[in-house]
Design a protein around this ligand. Structure first.
Ligand SMILES: [Zn+2]
Length: 363
């Protein structure tokens, strides 16, 4: 049972090997470092859906949700879905990035900025699959950092969505409208689990992004961003919410989508970068040799892979008498630590041994 952030390709390999007999699996290409990229095909229906996860290698939550979703879909109780849909699922498009726990592939290319150039083997595998499968819908599955709030100074954006634009003027093309209506269906389904915790991504058109490209080509495409649920740094709560989102999406395809309104999509709050992981009160800060007493310090964690485990390393992000950020956790520095100043260096981790227990995440 995989329940952490790090999801190396071997785990996907084991999952695929243990799929029930009759599941169709094929290799659609090889990564820069020659790892296989696998496509799982399930269902026999006429409505075709292409899903891919982890084109950014360190965004494992949606892959974990697919580990839950695929057996659910294949269960004999889901025959209605199996007859209606054919799903082509690329589990972990960027296995090299997944192995190294990086966003980029092994050539340091962001695969979600390679839609026009198609310069990377992983991009070719995706686009060849798109071209031959000719999906009716695409689900582009990602993860987002802890800094996002749903709306300005809102709640944590535990999940975000985007119906990508197809042109600079962000026209509501038929494909885009369908994607928006599907997102409204998912939003309504999740509302009770996530009141005020669902965000909408900025829809500035970028022809290099895969979702924008496929929308331009006329396929309704939905970007999923698995985000931070309070306290859930392993993203296991978000994993269950993504699984629910998939179910709400497929359910929406079985009903008349005209019951959903594009305006309800536009009313979903836009993501804003308003969170730090930790707010520490009453800290003395030294910034370029000057001491600032009793400050508020905003700390962000960066994930680091060490010996197969992800560690969350604290970095000083911002400080001041007050800071204009929400925080996932707030503490006041205990009095015996107040005399230890933090040297403010944006790109260096905070390495004060007396603080290490206090600043660490309880995983
Ligand atoms: Zn991503």
């Amino acid at each position: 049972m995989i329940n952490k952030r790090y999801l190396p390709p071997a785990i996907v390999g084991t999952f695929i090997k243990n799929l029930p007999k009759g599941s169709k699996v094929k290799t659609i290409g090889y990564s820069v470092q020659k790892r296989p990229i696998s496509l799982v095909s399930i269902g026999v229906g006429n409505t075709k859906i292409l899903l891919w996860s982890q084109m950014h290698g360190n965004e494992s939550t949606t892959t974990k949700a697919l580990f839950d979703f695929i057996p659910w879909f294949l269960d004999s109780s889901q025959q209605a879905y199996q007859k209606k849909f054919t799903l082509n699922i690329i589990l972990q498009l960027n296995p090299d990035g997944a192995s190294a726990y990086t966003r980029l592939n092994a050539n340091s290319v962001d695969l979600n900025r390679d839609a026009l150039k198609v310069s990377q083997p992983e991009s070719k595998a995706l686009q060849n699959t798109y071209n031959s499968f000719k999906p009716d819908y695409c689900l582009n599955l990602h993860g987002q950092r802890t800094l996002f709030s749903a709306g300005e100074m809102g709640q944590p954006a535990s999940i975000s969505f985007l119906a990508p634009s197809a042109d600079m003027s962000r026209t509501l093309t038929p494909a885009r409208i369908i994607a928006m209506k599907c997102i409204v269906a998912i939003f309504k389904g999740l509302e009770n689990d996530l009141p005020d915790q669902i965000g909408r991504y900025d829809d500035t058109f970028n022809p290099n992004c895969v979702g924008d490209r496929f929308t331009l080509l006329g396929t309704p495409t939905i970007l999923f961003e698995a985000g931070h649920f309070p306290g859930d740094y392993q993203r296991e709560v978000t994993r269950t919410l993504i699984l629910k989102s998939f179910k709400f999406f497929f359910n929406a395809l079985l009903v008349d989508k005209n019951i959903y309104n594009v305006n309800e999509y536009l009313n979903i709050p836009e993501n804003s970068k308003d969170f730090v992981d930790l707010l520490v009160k009453e800290v003395n800060i030294i910034d370029q040799g000057t001491l600032f007493k009793s400050q508020h310090l905003g700390v962000r964690y960066e994930e680091k892979l060490v010996n197969g485990e992800i560690y969350f390393i604290p970095f000083a992000a911002v400080y001041g008498d007050e800071i204009e950020f929400n925080a996932h956790r707030t503490i006041t520095l205990p009095s015996d630590l107040k005399n230890i100043p933090v040297i403010f260096e944006v790109d260096k981790p905070i390495q004060i041994k007396e603080f290490s227990e206090l600043f660490s995440i309880k995983l």
